[in-house]
Design a protein around this ligand. Structure first.
Ligand code: IPE
Ligand code: IPE
Ligand code: MG
Length: 243
């Protein structure tokens, strides 16, 4: 007897994007420096990537450093950069072996040469993988990304490589850092805050927004499952009338 196909509504979302928030408050509640929260946050990243694989998610995008996070104290910014370096150095081999393709979204401006080399290395060494697409938004801002896409289009028009009189939505989509990545079906934010903070502004047009009441360092697979349960209860109308 053939198995009944799962109803579409219960298939996992193809793309989940997460605003990993609450590291500082988690640390403060333990009378520890904010850096300690970020450090523990990396463990939550590892749990989250494993959970995404186990739950059948194909694209996972994690917001790890925003263009606005440069406004934080210098030593905190340095700690966040060191953690990014450490994560890539420690986890690259395992990610590569497990079939994860890593892409770093965001501007390369203001990044030191060693970070750019690291980004090229992790993207290059995982580029043939296709089991899980892990995108890390680092030095990322949605407005900055749209402005860079417009500049790239203008440059193509100037050199004659692009001759359209009108710029279409698809043209902009194709020049974003997320070109070829489907829009997120769901954006999750931890720590209870209810805002996008400049994350995936263009791509989030029809994403379901789910806020979880957990600080990022405490995030485990159960929270991912809770978010999926909430997602499955939503009716995605996309401008049409309800069912
Ligand atoms: C998220 O935690 C990590 C980054 C934004 C880099 P926060 O550092 O924003 O933690 P809270 O929001 O201050 O608790
Ligand atoms: C958003 O969190 C950025 C990341 C999670 C990397 P923030 O903590 O920086 O956002 P705001 O400042 O509370 O809006
Ligand atoms: Mg925060």
């Amino acid at each position: 007897m053939s198995e009944e196909p799962a109803p579409t509504a219960l298939l996992p979302p193809e793309h989940v994007a997460i605003i990993m928030d609450g590291n500082g408050r988690w640390a403060a509640a333990r009378k520890k420096p904010r850096k300690f929260g970020h450090h523990q946050g990396v463990e939550a990243v590892r749990r989250c990537v494993n959970a995404a694989g186990a739950l059948g998610i194909r694209y996972l995008t994690l917001y790890s450093f925003s263009t606005e996070n440069w406004r934080r104290p210098k030593d905190e910014v340095k700690a966040l950069f060191d953690l990014m370096r450490g994560f890539v150095e420690k986890d690259l081999e395992q990610l590569r072996a497990e079939g994860v393709r890593v892409r770093i979204l965001g501007s390369r401006d203001n990044l030191s040469a060693d970070i750019i080399t690291l980004i090229d290395r992790v993207e290059g060494q995982t580029r043939h993988n296709d089991k899980l697409f892990l995108n890390i938004a680092f030095n990322y801002g949605g407005r900055n990304e749209i402005a860079r896409a417009c500049s790239a289009l203008m440059e193509k028009v100037r050199t004659g490589a692009f001759s359209a009189d009108t710029i279409t939505e698809a043209d902009i989509t194709d020049h974003l850092d997320t070109a070829s990545i489907p829009d997120p079906d769901m954006i999750v934010r931890t720590s209870g805050e209810q805002r996008l903070s400049n994350f995936l502004l263009w791509q989030s047009a029809y994403a379901e927004f789910v806020v979880l009441d957990v600080m990022w360092p405490d995030f485990v697979q159960k929270h991912f499952e809770d978010a999926l349960d909430i997602y499955h209860c939503r009716e995605r109308r996309k401008g049409q009338v309800g069912i």
